[in-house]
Every structure is written in structure tokens, then in C-alpha cells.
Design a protein around this ligand. Structure first.
Ligand code: 13P
Length: 257
């Protein structure tokens, strides 16, 4: 059985002070939770303070983006080398990076290579738009995103990657997919593509999160599905009681399977 993994993507929220107070609360609320990997992904500028505040806790830390070069004339970017020793994980290819900031499949692949070369564990996001879903293009589109992200990545490296399937119209809208729909798409387009690339044994070891309007009220619907190993939580990860409840309810639903 794959160990569940629930991560909070804070996006562009929280000052340093607010970030520290949120993780202090999470440390307390999640102190006795075992059997689930948990991570928070705050904005870059708060990472050092959050790292310090997390000392003595099992909560992991992730960045929300990374450049692929170690250094250079790339104004406004943060390199993988700068994240070494600071983060365990890095989110790559979030739909907001793809759609608002124009990140391409090729860039995302370069970022995956760079992260793995620096022992940062990627959380690679994929997902289709509402139009693509309605046009029946979900499987080829999401499958294509997975193939492109893993170009040149070995099976041993792939095992270090977590996938996050986030339907674009479910993000921040309250319109989550049904557990069954998400399970089916993850099984075919995400894990199915990974099995084509690396074989079933490798694909079965890799964790796939669902993301998009995950809340304490609906997390069990997703984590009780056989193909869904966790959640990537946006809005509901910004409040300690909500995120803690998501972790506890999600873990309980996963264990009941
Ligand atoms: P919401 O949970 O706010 O819908 O965001 C999901 C997401 O984009 C996580 O990466």
C-alpha cells in the first residue's frame, strides 16, 4: 500500500509572521498523526522561517516553483541549488504556472531534471481544462503532459516523484470532481501513462494526489479511492484547523480501503 501524502500549496499567501504562526499551529494539531506524509509549500521568502519553525516535526517543506539553472542572469527566479537544504519537495508545472506564466512542457521537463539532480522531490502537476474535458480530450492531453514531464527521466528517478492531478476548473472554485471520476482519470491518464513509460511495478509505487477544492467535507471521497494517494490542497491549507482536519479525515478514509 502506498503511504498517503497530503500537501498544502499556499500559493501567494502569508507574510513571514503569518506563515510561522500557521506552521506552529499545524505542528501542534498534527503532532500525533502517523502513517501519512504531510508537507507545506509556502512562498519562497517564507521558506527559511518556516524551516526553522518546523524543527522537531515530521511535516515536510516544499517550494512552489524552481528554475532549472543553478545560477545566472534570470531576474526574479530561484534556482534548485538555492533550495538544497531548505526544502524536501518542489511543486513543478502547477496549472497557474502553465496558464498564467506561460510555462511549457519543455520547461517543466527541465525543472524536473534539475530538481532531481539536486535531490529535491518533484510534485508534478497535470490536468485538463473544462473545454478539453468536455471535448473528451482528457486522456490524451493529461497523458501527453505526463510523457513530456518525464522525458529522459529514469525509472529510479521517477520513483521519487509525486504526481498531482488537478482539473483546472476545480481549482479555487468549489467545483471538485467526483471521487470516481478523478480515480478513473488518474488510473488511466496518469498511472496508466507512467506504466507505459516505466512498467506497472514502478507505476504502482508512485503516489498520485488529487487537487482542486479539497476541503475537510470532501477529502474522504477522494482518499477512499484506490488510485488516489493524497491531496494537493490550496485554499483549505491556509487555516490550521481545516488542513489538520483534511489530513486526519483523509488518512482515516485511506486506511479504511
Ligand atoms: P484549491 O484547493 O484552492 O482549489 O487549490 C488547488 C490547487 O491548485 C492546489 O495546488
Amino acid at each position: 500500500m502506498r503511504k498517503p501524502f497530503i500537501a498544502g500549496n499556499w500559493k501567494m499567501h502569508k507574510t513571514i509572521e503569518e506563515a510561522v504562526s500557521l506552521v506552529r499551529a499545524l505542528k501542534k494539531e498534527l503532532a500525533n498523526v502517523e502513517g501519512c506524509d504531510v508537507a507545506v509549500c509556502p512562498p519562497f521568502v517564507t521558506l527559511p522561517a518556516v524551516r526553522e519553525a518546523l524543527e522537531g516535526s515530521d511535516i515536510g517543506l516544499g517550494a512552489q516553483n524552481v528554475h532549472w539553472e543553478d545560477e545566472g542572469a534570470f531576474t526574479g527566479e530561484v534556482s534548485p541549488l538555492m533550495l538544497v537544504g531548505l526544502c524536501d519537495y518542489v511543486i513543478i508545472g502547477h496549472s497557474e504556472r502553465r496558464n498564467v506564466f506561460g510555462e511549457t512542457d519543455e520547461w517543466i521537463n527541465k525543472k524536473v531534471h534539475a530538481a532531481l539532480a539536486h535531490s529535491l522531490k518533484p510534485i508534478i502537476c497535470v490536468g485538463e481544462s473544462l473545454e478539453q474535458n468536455r471535448a473528451g480530450e482528457t486522456e490524451p492531453f493529461v497523458g501527453g503532459q505526463v510523457r513530456a514531464a518525464f522525458e529522459g527521466i529514469t525509472a529510479a528517478q521517477a520513483k521519487l516523484v509525486t504526481m498531482a492531478y488537478e482539473q483546472i476548473w476545480a481549482i479555487g472554485t468549489g467545483l471538485a470532481a467526483t471521487g470516481e471520476d478523478a480515480n478513473e482519470i488518474i488510473g488511466s491518464a496518469v498511472r496508466g501513462t507512467l506504466a507505459d513509460l516505466y512498467g506497472d511495478d514502478v507505476a504502482q509505487t508512485m503516489r498520485v494526489q488529487y487537487g482542486g477544492s479539497v476541503k475537510p467535507q470532501n477529502v474522504a471521497e477522494f482518499l477512499s479511492q484506490p488510485e488516489i494517494d493524497g491531496a494537493l490542497v490550496g485554499g483549505a491549507s491556509l487555516k490550521a484547523p481545516d488542513f489538520s482536519e483534511i489530513v486526519k479525515k483523509g488518512l482515516a478514509a485511506h486506511l479504511k480501503q
